[in-house]
Write a protein that binds this ligand. Structure first.
Ligand code: NAD
Ligand code: USQ
Length: 379
């Protein structure tokens, strides 16, 4: 298939592009390299040494992969629509959004940037598909954060909640009520409404993958050559909790638990991100309803992860005032039967896998800027 990957230079986009290319698909990679620019703006960095998109691409092409890169900002409608018209892809995989909750809550500049970038970008992609490639299947990376993280309505279903209407006593499926915890998560909630409308009105085929927190850094595909190395965020803005804890343990820093650590979240390994996107892309839905899958492997509390670091690596755990407005404790159960029915066999957290990531973090420990560990804004 011809697959256009938006956000193909990012943490999830790069290994997924490689995986899809290895599986024999033709990959048109699109990115405006804004994530690398934000690293410079924050004076932060990936813990791993990442090569330029052009060096990455050259190595991948030498391996025989059909990959091609376009530097394009998807908020520029003229550009993204002209590439859609030129390529008419079978599938568009959309990773190209500002994805850090803390960054999106930093100040009005980042709040507005996140909304402008994410909403305009997603809306442009939908319009480019309607106008130039109406049979394209859009696979979007959403987030578990659109649901909030509670068992208020029972186990979290895949996008739609079955309810009984009091006045009619009839059962119906409604889009799960959104409960975002940051401006970033709010943009993903708005994306959902855009998808419902574009599907209803134009019958666009859409899969929204509500992904949990991704951990790990390398995949089978990025390990092939040093120049294909994937990024590893550890800082207070972009680093996600488990990778932060692993990198903190690897560098002799304290494990930074926010609040009590009673927050339960869903997790998935980066190799599985690539696998799940492949499964969704190769198995398109009907166009009569937006298909929503929960892209998660397992649920853990933040505290349990910290205690695991303490036990495995004798790391010191530090409980800090929580900079975020979130539930101090929550219960969470998530339905992930959709992707499993397509063949997804989740990789679960194991000592061996954590050891692999820890080894990389130890190798790269000189790259860690300690002053960037606690940079989250408070909200
Ligand atoms: P990332 O920041 O590493 O990658 C995003 C990429 O998109 C970057 O390379 C960036 O330059 C590009 N981009 C952003 N705006 C763009 C624009 N307007 N035009 C073109 N390119 C643009 O983030 P990631 O961790 O790879 O996340 C990818 C997607 O997966 C995001 O949409 C995110 O919400 C979702 N997701 C990520 C996680 C996670 O834990 N990393 C979990 C759940 C969902
Ligand atoms: N946390 C700590 N200590 C830290 C960092 C985080 O205790 O040093 C806690 C946070 O308070 C929070 C939890 O860990 O309760 C998760 O935080 P996170 O930064 O790992 O995850 P989050 O902000 O939710 O965002 C990440 C990705 C985002 C994606 C989301 C999936 O950055 O793109 O959408 O995970 S999910 O969380 O399932 O909604």
């Amino acid at each position: 298939m011809k697959i256009m990957v938006l956000g193909a230079d990012g943490f999830c986009g790069w290994p997924t592009s490689l995986k899809l290319a290895k599986e024999g698909h033709d990959i048109i990679m699109i990115d405006n390299l804004s994530r690398r620019k934000i690293d410079r703006e924050l004076e932060s960095n990936s813990l791993t040494n990442i090569h330029s998109i052009y060096s990455r691409l050259k190595v991948a092409q030498d391996l025989g992969y059909s990959m091609y890169f376009i530097n394009c900002d998807i908020t520029n409608y003229k550009e993204i629509s002209s590439y859609m018209l030129q390529h008419v892809p079978d599938v568009v995989v959309h990773f190209a959004e500002q994805r850090a909750a803390p960054y999106s809550m930093n100040s009005e500049k980042e709040r507005r940037y996140t909304v402008d970038n994410n909403i305009i970008g997603t809306h442009n992609v939908l319009n480019a598909i309607v106008d130039h490639s109406p049979n394209t299947h859009l696979v979007h990376l959403g987030t578990m954060g659109v649901y909030g993280y509670s068992k208020e309505f029972g186990a979290i279903p895949e996008g739609y909640l079955n309810v009984k209407i009091n006045s009619t006593q009839k059962d119906t499926d409604i889009l799960y009520p959104t409960n975002p915890g940051s401006v970033y998560h709010m943009t993903k909630s708005i994306d959902q409404l855009l998808f419902q409308f574009y599907n209803k009105n134009w019958g666009i085929k859409i899969t929204d993958l509500h992904q949990g927190i991704v951990w790990g850094t390398q995949t089978e595909e990025t390990e092939i050559d040093e120049q294909l190395t994937n990024r590893f965020d550890y800082d207070g803005m972009y680093g996600t909790v488990l990778n932060r804890f692993i990198s903190q343990a690897a560098t002799g820093n304290e494990i930074t638990v926010y609040g009590t650590g009673g927050q339960r979240r869903a997790f998935i390994h980066i190799q599985d991100t690539a696998k799940c996107v492949q499964l969704a892309a190769e198995n398109p839905p009907d166009s009569d309803k937006v298909r929503i899958f929960n892209q998660v492997a397992e649920v853990h509390s933040v505290k349990d992860l910290a205690l695991m670091m303490e036990k495995l690596y004798q790391a010191k755990v530090k409980f800090l005032d929580n900079p975020r407005k979130e539930l101090a404790e929550n219960q969470l159960e998530v339905d992930n039967t959709g992707l499993k029915s397509l063949g997804f066999e989740p990789i679960k957290l194991s000592n061996r896998l954590v050891d692999d990531v820890l080894y990389i973090a130890q190798q790269m420990k000189d790259n860690m800027k300690k002053e960037n560990i606690l940079t989250s804004p408070r909200w």
